[in-house]
Design a protein around this ligand. Structure first.
Ligand code: NIG
Ligand code: FE
Length: 388
């Protein structure tokens, strides 16, 4: 069945061959969807005949957001910790232990219900693809179960057994690294596409992180790294060295880190929800963009450091506080996220791409930053199916 969305005031395709600038903007546009794919893009007046038509009424359409970094398999929340931070306490990786305890105690059904709830929240805000991680189990059983639950909802599943050292191994961190690279990896690799490590003071150092990422690679997983969130460290350069798809956070960067990203193929994924919710220094997107680094934006949705599922919120923060233009931020939240997941079928609206798109209650994508906090997503198609 084919559907035409007509009378789109401004369409972001992210394909410069289809329209103006890096966003490939087409004015007065139409998109034709056939099955789960985009079949045609062009001027509304030239749209081919279809089974159905939806009149966008002069509003904008963008590719569905690609949220390439989230931690959605968890139980409980950390309201008290957030409150304490907003009263002056600082964020530390240790809070993760609170969520680990709650997650281990939860049933599969509770974890699944929680995940589904945050996914539908994200969908209402225009997210059509999301990556999610384990990392709140930290036993072989609990990590594998988190990945199984995640894999029922997305292909982009990440093994993060190396989130922090499990409490049982507090006196034997190397023993925990052996578990994460041994029995736990054997149990988890079949359910995941990616391997991640929190490379940071209070979590894993550079040598431990390298061992974990290399072990993951030997099991067919592709690395991504939590890097340079809380301070300077080896994470970013390690990510480039091991050929990671993405270095995530990138808040504290030296010139050498920026050079490494500029010379490598690793995407820098910036997570402004984390800086917002921990009252931390903003990552400097401008510094990365100016030397040609590919930048993605993502929510990092998790109960500790960034409890938002909203990509529009991240776009607005990135524009206001990280030196991005609205065009750059929208690109990074769509095509950038796709690049961080090494996907070419999403994050763009071009014939043959997956029909994942959001209709905005606004005349252009710029309103995502111009009208922060306003629920502008009025319809979403995912794999060609209208979900909202
Ligand atoms: O990406 N940095 C490590 N992991 C999460 C925080 C998880 C938590 O605090 O529960 C993050 O910010
Ligand atoms: Fe994270």
């Amino acid at each position: 069945m084919s559907t035409a969305i007509i009378n789109i005031s401004s369409l972001v395709t992210n394909d410069p061959s289809l329209g103006e600038g890096p966003l490939g903007l087409v004015q007065d546009a139409a998109v034709v969807i056939d099955g789960d794919r985009v079949a045609w893009i062009g001027e509304s007046s030239k749209a081919p005949a279809t089974d159905n038509a939806v009149d966008a009424g002069g509003r904008a359409v963008i590719p569905g957001f690609v949220d390439s970094h989230s931690h959605l398999v968890f139980a409980g929340d950390r309201t008290a910790e957030f409150n304490a931070r907003m009263s002056g306490r600082s964020y530390s990786a240790g809070g993760i232990r609170t969520t680990v305890a709650a997650t281990r105690a939860a049933t599969d059904e509770e974890l699944e219900a929680n995940l589904t709830r945050y996914l539908s929240e994200a969908l209402r805000q225009g997210t059509t693809t999301f990556e999610t991680k384990s990392g709140y189990g930290l036993t072989t059983h609990d990590e594998a179960r988190a990945l199984r639950i995640a894999a029922a909802h997305t292909d982009e599943v990440t093994y993060l057994g190396a989130h922090i050292v499990a409490p049982e191994f507090a006196d034997d961190p190397d023993g925990y690294v052996s578990l994460v690279t041994g029995e736990m990896l054997d149990a988890c690799a079949p359910h995941a596409r990616w391997v991640d490590v929190f490379c940071e003071k209070g979590a894993f150092d550079g040598d431990q992180a390298r061992a974990i990422l290399e072990a993951g690679k030997r099991h067919g997983l592709v690395p991504r790294v939590h890097a340079n969130q809380l301070g300077h460290g080896p994470g970013v350069q390690l990510a480039v060295e091991v050929g990671a798809a993405s270095a995530d956070h990138c808040t504290h960067l030296t010139d050498a880190d920026v050079d490494a990203l500029a010379q490598g193929t690793t995407v820098a994924t910036l997570l402004p929800g984390a800086e917002f919710s921990t009252r931390a220094q903003w990552p400097d997107a401008r510094r990365l963009l100016d030397v040609g680094v590919t930048v993605a934006l993502s929510t990092d949705c998790n109960p500790g450091s960034s409890f938002t599922s909203s990509m529009p919120f991240c776009v607005a923060l990135a524009v206001r506080d990280m030196g991005m233009t609205p065009d750059e931020a929208v690109w990074s939240a769509t095509a950038g996220g796709a690049a961080a997941l090494r996907r070419t079928d999403i994050g763009r609206l071009t014939p043959g791409a997956r029909a994942d798109l959001a209709l905005l209650d606004a005349p252009s994508h710029v309103h995502l930053a111009y009208r922060p906090g306003v629920p502008l997503v009025s319809a979403v198609w995912r794999r060609g199916v209208r979900e909202l």
